[in-house]
Design a protein around this ligand. Structure first.
Ligand code: M6R
Length: 603
């Protein structure tokens, strides 16, 4: 969580920092701030709320010439979203920005307060800058003081620090939170992801955990955890930012829903053979000796994992279990080496998921990540990776990442089915034909979008929503409910259809909205009976199906299809647009819903 940027150079530093923060605003937008050091003068600006407020505050500030600066967009962990808690945090002569959590900040704070340091904020971050200045007094040299500071920090961090005692230098350290360095001519940049650097830099250095050092106008000095000098590895940065724009849509989420057909085509590209799936990135050795797949993820990625577990058992005939990463971390799980540990993540940075991957590796398990961001922490950590190729996803509510994860899982279940001979070549070939049709199932038709827009006005109140489904439509129901609650702030739950009568049906009345997923190719009659039970108890029913259903108060018709997975993808789009339109009617910020952030890099 939180986004950080840094800059050293002679060009428009204010604009560079603010534009960089704009690209990272999806990581948190409770408050933002920048600190710029020119010769011996600091200029500091902070504002609560969206970045626009910071832009307004800095509109009459026009620094020129060589300068160094750092910036931060915050997702609050310690302390409310106030200006005092906004970064950069100040010491006597230094400023710091930080992404992550300093776990031992309370004890450090007490010690520093006893030494006479005055704390202005409630944050954990502020200890870093006072600790640095405390060490600087004793050690006299800023690099030594910075290292002594790092030696005392426990937790996760990506840190940038600037100080009058080294006025052309930015000190940095990465330990568990993402950060990279960008080089563009004689300008140097820092950012939490590569997006802000596109167009500004030709090359980047992806920092690894434990790495630290400093940048100045003419030096990039990089050290490992033991402060031994290491050579930076430069990687070329793509030059197009086009895919990150809104393309005329009202919201990134909307654009991303409409992009699904294209990105799924990209996901499939080069991977579909006649009767086999090709994952060039996988070594077939990965599955040797494997008797179980354990899938682990958070949020939407957890829902795709849950849906995948049905496919792995059904098609690949392999035992499959699914874990919520934040639970798995602390349950002292049993990990046996015949298990392939698979993490799923759009960002590749989610702290809980990343930590489970490290645990599995430590326990000697083989690991695979299904991820949307190349070079992310998880991709670098896992033994193998499959990229989902969804492109940059900016809406906080995940859409196209989920769609491409599902396509990867469907392909992977067939890849394994071939290896394990659990399906015939003819059966696999049939599925491959079905996979080729997936892009057409998610094309958004104008009439459908218009119908959902009109329907949305009937679902702005009530005491709750139940999204229900069976089999893979149960995880899809969970995902539909998550989409709705994230951006509408209405209470919604996903439930297995057959489980409603074991408790939740007690809630049924006209103000309880049931969104029923009723595929015709999978357990239709069973699901229908469950929906009828709710209808008989007067719940308002919104049914999504290819088959007319006379007990529905509202009916959203999808196309008649030959396979349930095609119904799955079409219903997925219906749920995404329904949530979007309800959120729009309620006047919410669709792309940046309250209290959320795109990338959750704290546990
Ligand atoms: O980047 P990840 O896939 O690891 O993120 C996991 C969740 O934080 C994420 O899916 C979250 O639930 C989304 N806001 C859902 O729309």
């Amino acid at each position: 969580m939180c986004g950080i940027v840094g800059y050293i150079g002679k060009n428009k530093i204010k604009e560079v920092l603010l534009e960089g923060l704009g690209e990272l605003e999806y990581r948190g937008y409770d408050s933002a701030g920048i600190a710029i050091l020119q010769e011996d003068n600091f200029s500091i600006f902070k504002a609560v709320g969206k970045l626009e407020n910071l832009r307004n505050k800095t509109k009459d500030f026009h620094p020129e010439g060589f300068s160094i600066g750092i910036g931060h967009t915050r997702w609050a962990t310690h302390g409310k979203p106030t200006e005092l808690n906004a970064h950069p945090h100040v010491g006597e002569n230094s400023y710091v920005v930080h992404n992550g959590i300093i776990e031992n900040y309370q004890e450090l704070k007490q010690r520093l307060q006893a030494e006479g340091f005055n704390f202005l904020s409630q944050t954990d971050t502020e200890v870093i800058v006072h600790l640095f200045e405390s060490h600087l007094k004793a050690l006299k040299e800023p690099l030594k003081a910075f290292r002594a500071t790092l030696d005392e920090l426990e937790g996760a961090y990506a840190v940038l620090l600037i100080t009058k005692s080294a006025p052309d230098t930015i000190f940095f350290a990465k330990h568990g939170s993402p950060m990279l360095i960008g080089i563009g001519g004689d300008e140097k940049h820092f950012a939490s992801s590569d997006t802000p650097l596109i167009g500004l830099c030709t090359d980047v250095i992806y920092l690894h955990d434990g790495e630290n050092g400093y940048l100045s106008a003419d030096a990039v000095e990089l050290f490992n955890e033991s402060y031994e000098k290491i050579d930076p590895v430069l990687k070329p940065l793509p030059s197009s930012k086009l895919s990150a724009q809104k393309d005329g849509f009202r919201f990134f989420m909307e654009k991303e829903i409409y992009e699904q057909s294209q990105v799924i085509t990209d996901t499939l590209m080069g991977r579909l053979g006649e009767a086999e799936i090709n994952f060039e990135e996988l070594d077939s050795e990965l599955f040797v000796g494997i008797n179980e797949i354990k899938l682990c993820a958070c949020g939407t990625s957890y829902h795709s994992a849950l849906a995948a577990s049905y496919l792995f058992e059904r098609y690949s005939k392999i035992r499959c279990s699914v874990e919520i990463a934040s639970e798995f971390r602390y349950k002292q799980p049993l990990m046996t080496q015949d298990t392939l540990f698979v993490v799923i993540s759009q960002s590749g940075e989610t702290a809980d998921t990343l930590e489970t991957l490290k645990m599995a590796k430590k326990a000697g398990l083989k690991s695979l990540v299904i991820c949307n961001v190349d070079n992310s922490s998880m991709v670098r950590e896992a033994d193998a990776s499959i990229l989902t190729r969804a492109g940059i996803e900016k809406g906080v509510a995940s859409t196209k990442a989920f769609a491409t994860q599902m396509v990867v899982f469907w392909m992977l279940s067939l890849y394994l089915a071939k290896q394990r001979a659990s399906m015939t070549s003819v059966e696999i070939a049939e599925h491959i034909s079905l996979l080729r049709e997936v892009p057409s199932t998610v094309v958004v038709k104008d009439e459908l979008h218009e119908k959902l827009r009109r329907l949305s006005k009937r679902y702005l109140h009530g005491h709750g929503f139940f999204f229900i489904g069976r089999d893979v439509f149960y995880p899809l129901a969970l995902e539909g409910a998550l989409k709705l609650k994230e951006i509408s702030y209405l209470h919604a739950e996903g439930y297995p259809s057959g489980e409603m009568k074991h408790g939740p049906i007690a809630l049924a009345d006209p103000e309880l909205f049931t969104i029923a997923l009723m595929p015709t190719n999978l357990l239709y009659e069973k699901t229908k009976s469950n929906v009828e039970e709710l209808s008989a108890r007067d719940s308002t029913i919104c049914a999504i199906s290819a088959r007319e259903f006379d007990k529905a108060d509202d009916f959203i018709q999808i196309q008649e299809r030959s396979h349930y997975m095609h119904e799955f993808f079409e219903m997925m789009v219906v749920l995404q647009i329904l949530s979007l339109e309800i959120s729009v009617r309620l006047g919410n910020d669709v792309d940046m819903p309250r209290n959320l952030a795109k990338s959750v890099t704290v546990e």
